[in-house]
Write a protein that binds this ligand. Sequence first.
Ligand code: 5RP
Length: 228
Amino acid sequence: MSRLESEKALAAARAVDEVRAGMLVGLGTGSTAAYAVKSLSDRIRQGLRITAVATSQATETLARRLQVPLVPFQRISSVDLTIDGADEIDNQFQAIKGGGGALLREKVIGTASTRMIVIADSSKLVPQLGKFPLPAEVVPFATEFARARLAELGASVTLRVAGAAPFLTDQGNHILDATWSKLASPSEIAAALAAIPGIVEHGLFLDQIDTIMIARGDTVEVRHRGQA
Ligand code: 5RP
C-alpha cells in the first residue's frame, strides 16, 4: 500500500472510532470514505449496532456488499455523524468536494449531520483552496448557460466527461469543473454560484465540517472547529 493509501486508511479508522452504538451514520463517497465504510463494517461484525445512509450509489453498493445496514435518506431529516473525504481542505475547515461527483448528496447529508468529520491523507490539507477544480452540479438543460456564467466570473470551465459522453451524477445531472487563477474568497464564489439558476449545488463546503482528521505518516492529527 502506498504512503497516501495507508494515510487514508489510518484517518478513516480513527474517525470510525467516534461512532457509537445506536448512531445514524452518514457514509461519504470516494477512496478515503471507502476505507471508513470498511472499518465500520469491521466494527459491525464485532457487534456494533448502527444504521447508515449513503451519499452515493457507489457507496450504497459498497455498504451493502460489506453488510452495513442502510436506510434510505428520503425517510430521514437528521444524521448523527457523517464521515467523508475531501479533495482539498484548508485550516479554516473549508473544503472542496465533489471529485467523485457526489457533492449534492454529500452536502445534503453533511448539512443534516450533527457532526461532520472530514478524513484525509496529508496531501489534501492546503493553505488556500482552489488548485483542485471546483465542481458545480448543473441540470443538463442549463449546462451551456451555467458554463457561460461561470466564465463571466473569471473561471476556466470544463464539462466533466466519462469516456465520450458527459459524466452523469446520481441525479442525472452534469458537472462543470471550474478553476480560478486564485480562489480569493470562497464565500463570495459560493454565493455567486448559488445565484446561477440551473446550478443545483457546488462543491464548496464552508460551514458543514466540524472535525478534520488528517493522517501524516503513522499519526492522525485531529482538529475541532473552534479550538486552537
Ligand atoms: C466525492 C468526494 C470525495 O470525498 C473526494 O473526491 C475525495 O475523494 P478521495 O478520497 O477518493 O480522494 O467529494 O464526491
